[in-house]
Design a protein around this ligand. Structure first.
Ligand code: COA
Length: 258
């Protein structure tokens, strides 16, 4: 893959969009490479996935404007659907995902970050959905996921103005989970979070993620039904037997994710 680097260290996947001369802008080639990679790593037993952009300046500065400028409606539809497929693929793995945002996270870049479970940012991170300035709207899930992560009024305020928000404002709005002073501290902090998560049952984490993600799209009653199915499905699993036995024996649990 020419635009994406992927490596695994201590069971943590690190996916880097590597197109720094264009601030990691997303064209069809980058999106197709992402789709292929995400399909491949979905079944890997990872503690978690970190997603970031190459360089110091940008996480991802958006969809590639030069590749969109000549598109007609049919091509725009295909491009939007590809972008939405990728953001859904980012959202769906059974393990947790963190967008590590160290600079510009604009348009499609912000939409990729919003598809991750968490956004960790450096103090220099900048977020925005500036598509209306180009005569467009967010098309990779931004109007939906920002409204769900925060609220419809904030999503409208941001999308209609196209204004950028700082890491501090994004933290206050609940868009960002944690802010770190530097890019190095950001990556170290994200890895430390996964090191803590790695002590817990991967199977239980995958069911907790499913319960929260699926349940938050439904009524409370339906969500409670999803939760109790995820909860009860864990009984009898290796991890549940091991976790409860380890507690009772006052020893450290050794989970397998099974
Ligand atoms: N699509 C295509 N190319 C992009 C891009 C994008 N979304 N964002 C940046 N680039 C390219 C620039 O065209 C430039 O390429 P060049 O060196 O061949 O001219 C290179 O990346 C560096 O960007 P530049 O604009 O020179 O950097 P800057 O520091 O002056 O400004 C930004 C940084 C992020 C403010 C500016 O690049 C920008 O506004 N980008 C577009 C953001 C956007 O509208 N995203 C939503 C798209 S739907």
């Amino acid at each position: 893959m020419s635009n994406i680097n992927f490596s695994v260290e201590n069971n943590i996947g690190l996916l880097t969009i590597n197109r720094p001369d264009k601030l990691n802008a997303l064209n069809s080639e980058v999106l197709s490479e992402l789709k292929t990679l995400l399909a491949k790593i979905r079944s890997e037993k990872l503690t978690g996935l970190l997603m970031t952009g190459a360089g110091e300046k940008a996480f991802i500065a958006g969809a590639d404007i030069s590749s969109m400028s000549d598109m007609k409606a049919a091509e725009g539809l295909a491009f939007g659907k590809l972008g939405q497929t990728v953001t859904t693929d980012i959202e769906n793995p059974p393990f947790p995902t963190i967008a590590c945002v160290q600079g510009f996270s604009l348009g499609g870049g912000f939409e990729m970050a919003l598809a991750c479970d968490f956004i960790f940012a450096s103090s220099k991170a900048v977020f925005g959905l500036p598509e209306v300035k180009l005569g467009l709207i967010p098309g990779f899930g931004g109007t939906q996921r920002l409204a769900r992560r925060t609220n419809a009024a904030f999503a409208k305020e941001l999308v209609f103005s196209g204004r950028n928000v700082t890491a501090a404002e994004a933290l206050a709005r609940g868009v960002v989970n944690q802010v770190f002073e530097t890019q190095d501290e950001l990556m170290t902090g994200a890895k430390a979070y996964f090191a803590a998560v790695a002590k817990n049952s991967p199977l239980a984490i995958s069911q907790a993620k499913r319960s929260i993600d699926q349940g938050s799209q439904t009524t409370l009653e339906q969500g409670l039904g999803i939760e109790v199915n995820c909860f009860s499905g864990l009984f009898g699993s290796y991890d549940m037997k091991e976790g409860t036995a380890a507690f009772l024996a006052k020893r450290k649990a050794e989970f397998k994710g099974e």
